[in-house]
Design a protein around this ligand. Structure first.
Ligand SMILES: [Zn+2]
Ligand SMILES: [Zn+2]
Length: 408
């Protein structure tokens, strides 16, 4: 469908190239070399999308974006285009309300068109590449729900991909992303550095590809930096390739508890109840919220370790989430022998999901002893308990490599 674009760039040649590319696809394009004149015209009659250069003499692209949002143009798609690829520029543009940030310099024209048009796509795609805890368990008993350890992906309309944890599932995610055949920009959000959450990072092929860009985020572990946590397993002894040999551009950002702009989303973090430093994530994009909360122990109220304050904090953290992916390691009768191991039993999770009015709850971090039939049983038990308690939460277990599309 034909769209109306305004392109603002003081570089005439870039303006002409972009204009002819979009017009060749049947779109209606008006070009501006002055951002001030463009602002006047946008306010009078907004187009579908504004493509603005970041560096301009009168008013830069970020300021233009801020003024358009302040004027109440919330539905207008704004893409900031830059010849440079500085992370801070992108952060500034997204914080000012841009829908995306496109680099002029490294994109193939077809790729650039795809990046521009993706601003009109509103869907998020969530992929489950590994839902197991502790260790991978391949075999006949784990075919339906999969045998790989922790890895979930979330792809945004602009193509940015979030990867939660780097268990063995990340290898298959890597193959999936490589098939898309384009330069990737992504964020790897680590919950914590236990093996089942980080040890397949060196097998994530996109990290080896020059042109790809990844930010690795997570908590430091007391005096060990996040970068060291990742590098220690790739020290040339435990794995032959060191982080320096990875081809992609990789940066690290240590997170505490707070709210951050990461890629195109707002991300809140919370320290979970687990040995060491373990972060839970709440991702907000448009009206959608997705929580990734593993590994986590919810102590029962009769336990000495029970904390009403923690239960309240966590239920507020996941409040009204569209999707909560969380540690449901044990059936209730398995839990008493595993108290203090850092993982939760089913009924406690159902309780918090119900109190927090979570919409879809995904069972996660299945223990090695649970085969497909055990997960079926856990699902049935969850459905019954939720029905009996009058909860509106829907409990699910993702199938191996299941992809879910969410309208943003
Ligand atoms: Zn784990
Ligand atoms: Zn753990």
């Amino acid at each position: 469908m034909s769209k109306r674009f305004f392109i603002i760039d003081d570089d005439e040649s870039v303006l002409l190239v972009l204009k002819s590319m979009l017009e060749a696809q049947g779109h209606i394009v008006t070009g501006y070399s002055s951002s001030v004149k463009a602002l006047e015209d946008i306010l009078l009659d907004p187009p579908d999308c504004v493509l603005t250069d970041i560096m301009m003499p009168e008013m830069d692209g970020v300021e233009l974006c801020r003024q358009l949002r302040e004027a109440g143009l919330h539905k207008l798609r704004i893409l900031v285009v830059s010849a440079k690829i500085y992370h801070t520029d992108k952060e500034r543009a997204l914080a000012a309300g841009a829908n995306g940030f496109i680099s002029k310099s490294r994109s193939h024209p077809d790729q650039m068109m795809q990046d521009i048009m993706s601003v009109f796509s509103e869907s998020l795609s969530l992929g489950f590449w590994g839902c197991r805890g502790t260790m991978p368990v391949p075999g006949a008993g784990t075919i339906r729900y999969g045998g790989n350890t922790a890895c979930v992906s979330l792809t945004f309309p602009d193509g940015h991909v979030f990867v939660f944890d780097a268990g063995t599932g990340i290898h298959r995610l890597g193959a999936h992303l490589m098939r898309m055949g384009k330069e990737l920009t992504g964020t790897l959000l680590l919950s914590h550095p236990h093996w089942d959450h980080i040890n397949y990072l060196p097998f994530f092929t996109p990290l080896f590809i020059p042109g790809n860009q990844f930010e690795i985020v997570g908590s430091r572990h007391a005096d060990i930096s996040l970068e060291q946590l990742v590098a220690n397993q790739m020290d040339g002894v435990h794995f032959p390739i060191t982080p320096r040999e990875l081809g992609a551009r990789i940066s690290y950002r240590e997170l505490g508890e707070g709210t951050y702009t990461i890629g195109p989303a707002q991300v809140r973090t919370m320290l979970l109840c687990h040995p060491g430093y373990c972060l839970g994530y709440r991702v907000q994009f448009g009206r959608r919220s997705i929580c990734y909360v593993t590994d986590n122990e919810l102590f029962p109220p009769d336990s000495e370790s029970y904390s009403a304050a923690y239960f309240k904090m966590l239920s507020e953290f996941v409040h009204e989430a569209d999707i909560l992916i969380t540690d449901t390691s044990y059936f209730d009768d398995e839990y008493p022998k595993r108290i203090g191991w850092g993982h939760s039993a089913l009924s406690r999770v159902l309780e918090i999901a119900t109190v927090a009015q979570v919409k879809d709850l995904y069972l996660y971090h299945h223990v090695p002893e649970h085969d497909d039939e055990a997960i079926d049983r856990m699902l049935q038990e969850a459905h019954k308990r939720l029905r009996d308690s009058g909860s509106e939460t829907v409990c699910k277990a993702a199938l191996a490599e299941e992809m879910i599309v969410l309208q943003a």
